[in-house]
Design a protein around this ligand. Sequence first.
Ligand SMILES: *Cc1c(COP(=O)(O)O)cnc(C)c1O
Length: 368
Amino acid sequence: MIPFLDLKKINLSYADEMQQALKRVLDSGWFVLGKEVDLFEKEFASYCGADHAIGVANGLDAIFLILKAYGVGPGDEVIVPSNTYIATWLAATQCGAVPVPVEPDAMTYNIDPAKIESAITSRTKAIIAVHLYGQAADMDPINDVARRFGIKVIEDCAQAHGARYKGRRVGSLGDSAAFSFYPGKNLGALGDGGAVTTDDSQLAESLRALRNYGSKVKYHNEFLGFNSRLDELQAAFLRVKLGKLDSENSRRQEIARVYSAGLSELANLVLPDSPEWAEPVWHLYVIRHAKRDQLAQKLNAAGIGTVIHYPVPPHLQPCYGSMNLCEGSFPISESMHNQVLSIPMGPTMTDEDANRVVDIIHGVVDGL
Ligand SMILES: *Cc1c(COP(=O)(O)O)cnc(C)c1O
C-alpha cells in the first residue's frame, strides 16, 4: 500500500525537535502572539524574500484579511482562477465582493494571463493568482496588466511554499501573498495556521491589527478587527519544519522526476508541464486521463492512494448556485475537473515507492 500522503510519517520524523518546541512553549507560559510567532515571522519572511510576514489563523483568513486591509467590500470584484480550491473564492465572498473567474492555461493549470484583461471592470480591486499544485503562475504578465489598471496582485501560495518563478520565491512576487500551514501543505503545522508576506509596511501594520481585534495597543480598538492569530505552539512547530522545507521539497522534486521519466511514454495520459522559468515544489503530482474514474479505481485496487484535486469546480458548487454559472461556462476548468488525478507525493516517499507507482500505472492504463 502506497498512501497518497503519509502525514504521520512526515511529522514523526521531527518528533524530537517537536517535543523540544512544545517544551519551550510550555516553559515560556505564553501561548498567543509571543516570541515563537515573532521569530517564525522573521524566519519565514526571510525565506520568502519578503520584508514582512504576519502569522494568522489559516490560509483562508490570510487571503480574506489582505482583501479587508485593501478595503475590498460590497460592490467590488476580485479576479480568481476558475480552477482553484474554493478558499480562494470564499475569501472574496466573505468580504462581500464578487469573485470573477478567469480560465487557466490548459497545460500549467494556472490562471491564463492573456484572459485577465477582458475580465477587468471599473469595480475590479484585485487579482488573486494561485500557484496551483506547487507551480508558480506566470507572474510578470499578471503584474503588468494589474499595474496598467491600478489593481492589486495577491498570490495564493497555499500549495507552493518555496516554489520559484524566474529564480525568485513565491510570496515575494505580487503586492502581497497568502500562505496556509494546514497539515497537508508542503509546510504544514500540527493544526491550522497561515501567514501573509509582503514588502508593504503599511499593509503589514494593518494586518497585525486586523488579526488581533483591530488593536495596536491592547484594549484600544482602532478597526473592526478579527480574531485570527497563529498560536505560539504552531509557530514553534513550523520553525522546526521550515528548516527542513528545502530538503523536503527537493525530495518531492526527485519523486516528480521518477514519475515524469517513467510515465512519459504512455498514450492518453497527460503529465504535468513546467515552463522553463518554473521551479515547482510538487505539492501535488497531477496526471490527466479521459477515463480518470476508472484509472483511480484500478490504482486504488492495486494499493495506490489517489485523490482528485478537485472533483467539482467552485462555480458548480451548490454554495455558488446563486451566481447562476451553469455547466459549460468554464469549459477548460470543467474538463480538468473531470480528468485530473493526483498520485502519491510526499517527502518520505522512496524511489522504490515511486517506481512501484509507475509500474502499476503502466499495468492498468492500457486496459482502459
Ligand atoms: C489550502 C488552500 C487554501 C486555504 O488554506 P486553509 O489554511 O485551509 O484555510 C487556500 N487556497 C488554496 C489554493 C489552498 O490549497
